[in-house]
Design a protein around this ligand. Sequence first.
Ligand SMILES: C[S@@+](CC[C@H](N)C(=O)[O-])C[C@H]1O[C@@H](n2cnc3c(N)ncnc32)[C@H](O)[C@@H]1O
Length: 202
Amino acid sequence: MGIPFGRLGPVFARFGHRTYPRWAWPLFEQEVRGWPPAARVLDLGGGTGVLAARARAIRSDLELVVLDPAAGMLRHVPPGLRTVTGRAEALPFAPDHLNAVLLGEALHHFQDAGAALAEIARVLRPGGKLWIYEFDPTRGIGRWVYWGERLLGEPAAFFTPQALQGRLAALGFTGDFVERDGRYVLSARLAGETPREAARPA
Ligand SMILES: C[S@@+](CC[C@H](N)C(=O)[O-])C[C@H]1O[C@@H](n2cnc3c(N)ncnc32)[C@H](O)[C@@H]1O
């Protein structure tokens, strides 16, 4: 079972942006404007590229990639955005390749969220940014989404923002979140020097 994302491309292409609350967009814009020039950015579990398209509308200098396992979603990514078929648990990028990763309503769908977060830390450059939009399974609308996804047979790998902050801290990130009615935006930065870097021979 599970949500048949491969068949939902047209729906997400048309209505995907509406699933984000209005208050999240200024936070998104602030994030996008903070990236370095010509930043390499991954929209992970990006589906039809809702976030990548929005980032491109804010800044035209970005190198954007939308990665998703569902070809039926990627087919509806707007022209001009690069697409990659793949999974978050095994990202097809070299270490330190990316400046930023976007995760919009995606983390809770991953089979192995822990492996995905470790992969994000691997492919981000030191100082790289991670922007996450998610549901808090203990509050407001997040409780309903949690139970709905469990009934649908989805992985339902939901974290409270505090728990996600803790998981990210263990990987070398520091970050803050804004939460409203069971939905939250978490913006985190990978440390300048990761344990992986420190272990590298000079
Ligand atoms: C609710 S959709 C969100 C899509 C997009 N981020 C948006 O905001 O419209 C969740 C997406 O996660 C993708 N997904 C599921 N498992 C995944 C995995 N292991 N790795 C990467 N993406 C995955 C699905 O195919 C789907 O496109």
